[in-house]
Design a protein around this ligand. Structure first.
Ligand code: S3P
Length: 180
């Protein structure tokens, strides 16, 4: 591994982006490619609470879930060599973005509302899409969130029409350039 490559791993990689932009798939690929650990925040929260995300939202409410995200992001600063895959709403809180940046390079994955709809149309585990799981509803929420996503991101990667390999190659190249 040359000097530039090794620098990528001085920071964790924090993947953010709207639901269905491929954060989980990309984190799994990066983990395999570079022997990095994965912290899949949604799964970690579900395991700790012993409840699914929809149940956490239904029983305790969204604010409770958002507080769990903040606590977990603070905890994950202690990790090294880790791909942190955030829930889609995590960067909506300024505090969360501050915590992500303390030990991570923040990578925003984007996709068109149509692509997100195609990926999520049969899923029933995204409570924030309840009542608006259609292209228009997704586009509106995406637009509402766009400013915060972009403000949080160190780099932005558009994912439509790209393979996971292409996305990861672009990601590594852009992170390497950032450190040059
Ligand atoms: C959410 C996204 C979900 C999950 C929760 C809320 C959001 O994560 O954290 O349902 O507000 O965008 P994914 O982006 O992994 O689907």
């Amino acid at each position: 591994m040359n000097k530039n490559e090794s620098r990528i791993f001085d920071h964790n990689i924090v993947l953010i982006g709207f639901m269905g932009t491929g954060k989980t798939t990309v984190s799994e690929y990066l983990s395999t490619m570079f022997a990095m650990k994965i912290a899949e925040m949604d799964r970690m929260i579900e395991e700790r609470e012993q409840m699914s995300i929809p149940d956490i939202f239904a029983v305790y409410g969204e604010e409770y879930f958002r507080n769990l995200e903040t606590e977990l992001l603070i905890e994950l600063q202690g990790e090294r060599n880790t791909v942190i895959s955030c829930g889609g709403g995590a960067p909506m809180r300024e505090r969360n973005v501050e915590e992500m940046k303390k030990n991570g390079r923040v990578v925003l994955l984007t996709a068109s509302p149509e692509a997100v709809y195609e990926r999520l149309k049969d899923a029933d585990d995204r409570p924030v899409l309840n009542g608006r799981k259609n292209v228009e509803g997704i586009a509106a929420l995406m637009e509402e969130r766009r400013g915060k996503y972009e403000a949080a991101a160190d780099i932005v990667i558009e994912t439509d029409q790209k393979s996971v390999l292409e996305i990861c190659e672009e990601l590594v190249q852009r992170l390497t350039e950032m450190d040059e």
